[in-house]
Design a protein around this ligand. Structure first.
Ligand SMILES: [Zn+2]
Ligand SMILES: [Zn+2]
Ligand SMILES: [Zn+2]
Length: 763
């Protein structure tokens, strides 16, 4: 403190800093700042905020308040600074108070942060005491969400509690000016977790990572324990290894993600824009989808049927060390059997992955809650589609449009997440998966329970989908002592998009996805809504066609081609599918014929996803689905982006509802294809036609509703061609367009939409 300042010239402020300010080295930062400006006082963590009691000369206090924002640690995000005057006491010295347990807010629980460059430097420096140590971390980086058992976020409440700090780590931890001051997962080779290799029931501690790297070079498949779970890894340039991994995992053609040594390696494989670079090197380090270079040196089995590769950079010191000796591009896919949740505990992983991996790279820092890698697809400058939101992003809070009781949105069935909201905060869970397997549903219940206890909340209301068959709906219906609110699927989509953008006004909502339970009991999925947060009216939809065989039609795109052909060509549909060389057996043909005529086990659908399936199968792009969304993904990949024209189609009005004639688009595409047009051109024209028709529908809707705001949601908006062109054309037509930026447009956003709708209805 500056001793020349008399008490009368001192000022004192009680300051509350809100945002992501806990678990990111904020208190030590405040301490250093106070020292710099010669201020006295104390800093402490409170319920989700940081509280500072500070005094000194007016000039110094003011400079301090500015620097709180401008000089904050990289991992922090300062949302608000509130400063209230108080009477100066004339005290000296500045201290950091221990945190006290209170009802936590989401800000108490930071997301996991990719290893920072300082820690990478230390891990690779032979004269550093953390040389070659795979668990190096500091206040700017390291595990958080995945190791926290309960709040407040102190070491004793994490899985690091099992390790006693050595004297050196302890002194770094206690030293307010050290980069590791109050870094809860602080560790070193003397006191922290360790890594070992397990192979053929032998266990090796020395050089475990180097041996693992050699096994990878030799074409072996490794199970590698990482930050949020196990990966299965192999050399991405080794055809044999990648094929073997597909075989063992039971994953026929769904693309694998890659981890590459560095940016230079990423640039060898893919077209990397500035946007890609930013995301790849961000502190979240997600998997970034990028266009594969023409002659990229990577096994063709990594991502068949798509021109995109999912790339990520090493995000833990363990990965960094692995790449010192391993091949420069590794397949890194979730350590599980297809459709099962991620393995994360050592014993379970040993059992589950025994038949999948040749060896295990293990460690003894427990993962308390698993978290998959996040996936992002950049579209244009400043526009990126979140495809899967998990590691690095969860549990960052989302905005709530209004104050609310404690609500749990239980989510949808596919790509499930759940969402917990209270006061004006919503926290969406990490990607859980498809709830149709017992393992995933178990994981769902575990993760839900963990979330509720982590945030110390007991929901009063459960918001659920209207589909009675969803496991999430079943979960809600069997809870006792809570109020239940059903939210229509596509309304949840649009509400999520509005609320995420901080909007509460009414809009034209375009909800395009695969399946959602409609108010009339039919399968919706190509919907135009006049909606706000609390209610909606369905003002338009795509043509409705049958789904011959129900679920079977979702799994088999040929069936949707048959249904659309039936709608387009009537009884000539069989001749049509024969011309298109879609191979059905005689029996299949007669069964489908009967289903289409009688409607037996063949519900009606207006689904956009099913339209993509139908076109994809009909024009010969993808007639066999081995993973969800494959026909649509491949149709987009096939589409020639330079094509500008489209097939004409009309919008009719039935019972006051617009019907967008997608059957005639299908018909034109089929005729075009049968006339010998290249399927890439047909695919391009199909995309344009749908965009054109949707824009026309919005223009018509605007005439009636006077609404100029359009919100886009649903899995179809993972299609960059549709998203990019539709937003552009809507903007050109004077519309204001909202897209998802924080959450995926697919069913991962449903849980958030559910709590938003529910909260707005209760307001
Ligand atoms: Zn670090
Ligand atoms: Zn230590
Ligand atoms: Zn949906």
């Amino acid at each position: 403190m500056d001793c020349t300042v008399k008490v009368s010239e001192l000022i004192r402020k009680n300051v509350i800093v809100g945002g992501v300010v806990q678990g990111v080295g904020f208190r030590p930062f405040v301490y250093r700042l106070a020292e710099r400006f010669g201020l006295a006082g104390i800093v402490r963590n409170t319920s989700g905020t940081v509280e500072i009691d500070v005094e000194g000369s007016q000039e110094a206090v003011e400079a301090f308040l500015i620097a709180l924002r401008t000089d904050a640690p990289k991992a922090a995000r300062v949302d608000s600074i509130m400063a209230v005057d108080a009477d100066p006491t004339g005290r000296t010295g500045f201290t950091i108070a221990e945190s006290c347990a209170q009802t936590p807010s989401s800000a108490c629980i930071p997301a996991d942060i990719a290893v920072c460059s300082d820690c990478v430097g230390e891990t690779l420096a032979s004269d550093n005491r953390r040389f070659a140590y795979p668990f190096t971390n500091c206040t700017n980086c390291g595990p958080r969400f995945t190791i926290i058992r309960r709040v407040p976020y102190d070491r004793s409440n994490t899985t690091m509690a099992a390790f006693d700090m050595c004297a050196q780590c302890e002194s770094e931890y206690r030293n307010p000016i050290d980069r590791r001051s109050h870094a809860e997962p602080i560790a070193c080779p003397t006191c922290g977790p360790m890594v070992w290799l397990e192979q053929d029931s032998r266990c090796t501690e020395t050089d475990a990572i180097t041996i693992a790297a050699k096994l990878l070079r030799d074409g072996k498949i490794m199970a590698i324990k990482g930050l949020g779970g196990f990966h299965l890894a192999c050399d991405a340039r080794n055809d044999e290894a990648v094929r073997e991994l597909r075989k063992r995992k039971g994953r026929i053609s769904k693309p694998f993600a890659l981890m590459v040594k560095d940016l230079a390696e990423a640039e060898k494989l893919c077209e990397i824009s500035e946007e890609h670079r930013k995301l790849l090197t961000s502190r979240e380090k997600p998997i970034v989808l990028a266009e594969k270079k023409r002659f990229a040196d990577v096994s063709e089995h990594v991502a068949p049927g798509t021109k995109l590769l999912g790339l990520m950079l090493p995000y833990t010191p363990l990965h960094v060390l692995l790449f010192e000796h391993s091949p420069a591009a590794l397949v890194m896919t979730s350590g599980n059997l297809s459709e099962e949740p991620l393995a994360f505990a050592n014993t379970a992983a040993r059992q589950k992955l025994a038949k999948l991996a040749d060896a295990f790279l293990m460690h003894n820092r427990d993962i308390h809650v698993p978290c998959d890698d996040s996936v992002i697809r950049p579209v244009d400058a400043g526009l990126a589609i979140m495809v899967r939101r998990a590691r690095g992003y969860v549990p960052a809070a989302l905005p709530m449009p209004c104050e609310c009781e404690c609500i749990l949105g239980v989510g949808a069935e596919q790509k499930n997440t759940f969402c917990l909201a209270w006061d004006r905060t919503a926290v969406c869970s990490q990607h859980i998966g498809d709830l149709d397997t017992a393992e995933t549903f178990d994981y769902y219940q575990y993760a839900t329970g963990h979330f509720l206890s982590l945030f110390g909340r007991k929901p009063k209301i459960l918001a659920h989908d209207l589909h009675p068959g969803y496991m999430s709906t079943q979960y809600a219906l069997t809870r006792l002592g809570v109020e239940l609110v059903g939210v229509q699927h596509h309304h949840a989509h649009i509400a999520a998009c509005l609320a995420e953008n901080g909007r509460t006004d009414r809009c034209i909502g375009l909800a395009l996805d695969g399946t959602g339970y409609g108010l009339d009991g039919s399968v919706w999925g190509g919907e135009i809504l006049n909606a706000d947060l609390s209610g909606f009216e369905r003002i338009g939809c795509l043509s409705t066609v049958r789904m011959p065989g129900g679920e079977a039609a979702i799994r088999d795109p040929r069936r949707m081609a048959a249904a659309y052909a039936h709608a387009a060509f009537g009884s000539d549909w069989i001749a049509c599918v024969e011309h298109l060389s879609i191979n059905f057996s005689k029996l299949e043909l007669s069964v489908i014929e009967r289903q289409l005529q009688t409607g037996l086990n063949s519900p009606l659908t207006s689904s956009a996803g099913r339209l993509f399936d139908a076109v994809s199968a009909a024009i010969g792009v993808c007639s066999e689905r081995t993973y969800e969304g494959q026909p649509a993904v491949e149709l987009e990949m096939f589409a020639e982006g330079t094509v500008g024209d489209y097939y004409n189609s009309e919008i009719k009005t039935e019972n006051g509802c617009m019907v967008l004639d997608t059957v005639s688009i299908f018909k034109s595409a089929v005729k075009d294809r049968l006339a010998g047009t290249n399927k890439a051109i047909v695919a391009g024209r199909f995309h344009n036609s749908l965009v054109h028709l949707l824009v026309q529908a919005c223009v018509m809707a605007r005439e009636v509703t006077r609404l100029n705001l359009v919100a886009l949601s649903g899995g179809v908006f993972q299609n960059a061609l549709i998203l990019g062109r539709l937003s552009q054309e809507l903007t050109d037509n004077g519309f204001e367009v909202l897209v998802h930026r924080l959450l995926p447009p697919n069913d991962a956003c449903i849980s958030y939409g559910q709590v938003v709708v529910c909260a707005s209805q209760y307001q």
